[in-house]
Design a protein around this ligand. Sequence first.
Ligand SMILES: Cc1cc2nc3c(=O)[nH]c(=O)nc-3n(C[C@H](O)[C@H](O)[C@H](O)COP(=O)(O)O)c2cc1C
Length: 353
Amino acid sequence: MLNYETIKKIMFNFEPETAHTIAECGLKALPYCRLLNNYMVKENFINHPMLKQEIFGTTFQNPIGLGAGFDKNATMIKAMPAMGFGYTEIGTMTPRPQPGNDKPRLFRYPEYNSIQNAMGFNNKGSYEVISNLKKLYPFALPIGASIGKNKNTPEDKALDDYETLIKGFKDICDYMVVNISSPNTPNLRDLQNEEFIKAVFGMAKEITDTPILLKIAPDMADETAIELCKTAVQSGADGIIATNTTQDYSLLPNPKDFGGLSGEVLSEKSYLLFKALGKELHDKTTLISVGGIGDAKDAYRRIKAGASLIQIYSAFIFQGPSMCKNINNELIELLKADGYNNISEAIGADFKN
Ligand SMILES: Cc1cc2nc3c(=O)[nH]c(=O)nc-3n(C[C@H](O)[C@H](O)[C@H](O)COP(=O)(O)O)c2cc1C
């Protein structure tokens, strides 16, 4: 069988979006190749008792999830156990279909294990994604639905978009994420303010008990992020996901001057903001850390800083289907070395005596 280094060499000859489309075709087909799929699940999916947790009323066999943006239309969720993921976050979906920003809008920086994207919520719209999901139900893994406003929805109507999306996804996923942190929808990040956060979570709690989280950007002061996240939790948010991509272009020598950076260059920035949030909130809500994670040591420091769960997007592109297995196996060793019986005991360990 071809190893991932060889597959990557071939795939990296294509434009990143073309490579993504090829990968999507392969991952859509994988579950129908029963023997190969079963072999890959057995090989890559770790379900060790030390990693198992009950969160959001459902079971997470391992803490490594696929970050939002890879499976925007929920077409690949059946293949994710074979990739080793313990859960997957689909989207970001908008109420109406939209094409996203002009191309090119996706760039690789392999020497930095990093990516820059300005996709702009290209997706088939909530109606089609919900019907995709219904066809795929029941799911093998917990599913989160990331939701965002359409580009052409004015800011003063943004709440209506989130209301439509929450009503649409509430019964077909394990949790939802209010995404107001993408840098690629004009003025979206302006919604990261107390008034909107109070309004959106207040509205959500009137509609459903399905857990709803807030995903934030890394490009703000720790104090600002802490205040916004506290407001979200007080208004009914069930957790925080930190962080989205960064607009700090100083992290890379020759970046584009648009879009958001992810992968290795984001790791330290994302970790530091996450740790500041963890200090304040690890015992008050569920925290998910994402941003530049590519190995078990980084995943473990996020867990000790308060993360119940981890998400990864960019490193999956560079490391492929063995990534989750490697991280999960090493996490077990790290937990054992520190004398823990289960991952839940290590969450927020940095802040306990
Ligand atoms: C091509 C691409 C598209 C993305 N699209 C979304 C999205 O639609 N919604 C979202 O919340 N985050 C999106 N993200 C951000 C990721 O979910 C994640 O927060 C970010 O990439 C940092 O994690 P990483 O360093 O592991 O990639 C996207 C990232 C990439 C690289």
